[in-house]
Design a protein. Structure first.
Length: 330
């Protein structure tokens, strides 16, 4: 009996890719960019599994192109908003992800962005590169203190809690709000729950986003939300770009409604070089590197590979997004 056939939509770290190649008959898309839509539909025909990335749209058309042989879509990511999970479930297809793998690394990046924005580090770099550093000036590039400030965390899941632990080391007052209303998620990390999102926005010096992207959270931070924030506030987004309305954010930053934004994720993504957010000195953007450490990306690769291999060999993946699919498969 031959090995199960799988399609891997991009080269991932060898720690995981090697496992896939050993266990499966694997086709790997080796381009830097995602496979074009028509190519994707062709490559998945007849496969038993797909290992996808967050910028691969895994919808019903892809699943139907793969056909009845498709057992799993294993996402090389914690989030899975790129996958039509209800569509997969209705077809009896498992969906896997990599929860927990990115928690500490993404929290590191969120806090790095918070500090860089607070102390205007990128503006300082640009200041020097423009040849403007000629003397010590007491009123140039004044930023905001992080220690003792109020941090508002929207979404107190794994990453939100990890950010809160870092904030405690800076003697920050930590507030949190859960869109779904959990009441005790932040107690053991020293965070105080805000009953409403508006309360958190009004009180926070820094607002850090850690919610998944879904219908409830799309454009959660819109013009009205931004106007609730302090004029001195900093917004940090390491969740998903579309949690923030980009047009509203541009206007808020341009008009001084808030002081600064620091973004690891954008809408659209990648953000075009000529996008108007890129013209603002108070908008710091990095290219979705929240999980970009060697160890974390390798751990993600192994988890995604093991999910894929388990499913194509008839087992249940360890990290299953849609356990409700299991009765359909018996």
């Amino acid at each position: 009996m031959g090995k199960p056939k799988v399609f891997v939509t991009r080269i991932i770290p060898e720690a995981g890719l090697g496992k896939v190649r050993e266990a499966c008959d694997a086709r790997v898309w080796e381009g830097r960019f995602p496979p074009p839509r028509e190519e994707l539909l062709e490559q998945v025909r007849g496969v038993d599994g797909i290992l996808s990335l967050l910028n691969d749209r895994m919808d019903g058309a892809v699943m139907d192109a793969a056909g009845d042989s498709l057992k799993i879509v294993s996402n090389y990511a914690v989030g899975f908003d790129n996958i039509d999970v209800p569509g997969a479930t209705s077809r009896g297809i498992l969906v896997g992800n990599t929860p927990g793998a990115v928690t500490e690394t993404t929290a590191d990046l969120a806090f790095a962005l918070l500090m860089a924005a607070a102390r205007r580090l990128m503006e300082g770099v640009d200041f020097i590169r423009a040849g403007r550093w000629e003397t010590f000036e007491p009123l140039v590039l004044l930023g905001r203190d992080v220690h003792g400030a109020v941090l508002g965390i929207i979404g107190m899941g794994r990453i939100g809690r990890a950010v809160a632990r870092r904030a405690r080391g800076f003697d920050m007052e930590i507030l949190y709000h859960h869109p779904r209303g959990e009441t005790k998620a932040g107690e053991d990390v020293g965070a105080k729950r805000c009953g409403t999102l508006d309360e958190l926005l009004e009180k926070s010096d820094f607002v850090s986003l850690h919610v998944p992207l879904n219908a409830e959270t799309r454009h959660l931070i819109d013009g009205a939300a931004l106007r609730k924030m302090k004029k001195t506030a900093v917004l940090v987004n390491t969740a998903r770009g579309a949690v923030v309305d980009p047009e509203a954010l541009y206007e808020a930053l341009r008009d001084g409604v808030i002081a600064c934004a620091a973004l690891d994720v954008t809408d659209p993504e990648p953000l075009p070089r000529d996008h108007k957010l890129m013209s603002l000195p108070n908008c710091l953007v990095v290219p979705h590197v929240g999980s970009a450490s060697v160890a974390t990306r390798e751990r993600m690769a192994v988890m995604a590979a093991e999910n894929l291999i388990a499913a194509v060999q008839g087992d249940i993946p360890k990290y299953l997004v849609n356990p409700e699919v299991l009765p359909r498969r018996r």
